[in-house]
Design a protein around this ligand. Structure first.
Ligand SMILES: C[S@@+](CC[C@H](N)C(=O)[O-])C[C@H]1O[C@@H](n2cnc3c(N)ncnc32)[C@H](O)[C@@H]1O
Length: 216
């Protein structure tokens, strides 16, 4: 593991506005593949995870847009951002008036990025750096899940966890651009946005990012 993910993040990214959510600034990568290589070198791990934290993903961008248009969803409420990455959704929730916001991610670089991005936006996000999906959902009012359905195994764990949260009367928002494993039968669409992604890993620069809640 890197001596300091906090030093690594600003060294390999640039702080700049998020396309379509210009009030939010994030440390984002100019080019993800060289950054991925740098992560592999820094960690000494050729199987190191992609630096998801250095991009604003289409699902998170859609949630950010939705919260800027519908701040009442989170205003004054406790928000938990699952698979937070850069912390985009957690920060967008605070911009929209959330009382408190937590970002959870399993990646140590993401944990550092969330903290640094929150600070760059004059916000404070509580960071949970562990896998919470085998635990009960937290005691919050709203859970945000931006771009979580890109892997079959993750989908198989995220969906029942979000459904447990819904059954406890936690409001759940999913943001997604139509990833392969998106469980559309379990979702109700709330809004759709053209979002400009910041990653070269996508097939299109502009994507249709949709926001959903869980079907009852
Ligand atoms: C595609 S990124 C989405 C990031 C952010 N929500 C956005 O929309 O920009 C997916 C994130 O999920 C995280 N992740 C994967 N498995 C996880 C798990 N079990 N618990 C929490 N985060 C997880 C990854 O580390 C990565 O940062």
């Amino acid at each position: 593991m890197a001596a300091s993910p906090r030093a690594f993040v600003p060294r390999h990214t640039h702080l700049g506005p998020v396309p379509g959510l210009e009030a939010i600034r994030l440390y984002l990568a100019d080019d993800v593949l060289p950054l991925w290589h740098a992560v592999q070198v820094e960690t000494g791990d050729p199987d190191a995870a992609l630096p998801y934290w250095a991009c604003a993903w289409a699902g998170g961008l859609a949630i950010g847009r939705y919260l800027s248009e519908n701040p009442e969803v989170v205003a004054g409420r406790r928000v938990f951002d699952l698979a937070s990455g850069s912390g985009l959704c957690a920060i967008a929730a605070l911009h929209a008036g959330a009382a408190e916001s937590t970002g959870a991610d399993i990646d140590a670089f993401a944990a550092a990025a969330i903290e640094m991005n929150a600070r760059a936006n004059g916000r404070r996000v509580t960071i949970v750096h562990r896998d919470v999906l085998d635990q009960e959902p937290p005691a919050v009012d709203v859970i945000l899940a931006g771009d979580c359905f890109y892997e079959v195994n993750l989908t198989g764990r995220v969906l029942p966890w979000l459904q447990r949260a819904r059954d406890r009367s936690i409001e759940v928002l999913v943001g997604d651009p139509g990833r392969r494993y998106l469980p559309t039968d379990e979702l109700v669409e709330l809004a759709s946005y053209d979002v400009r992604t910041t990653t070269q890993l996508e097939d299109l620069e502009f994507k249709q990012g949709r926001v959903y809640t869980l079907r009852r």
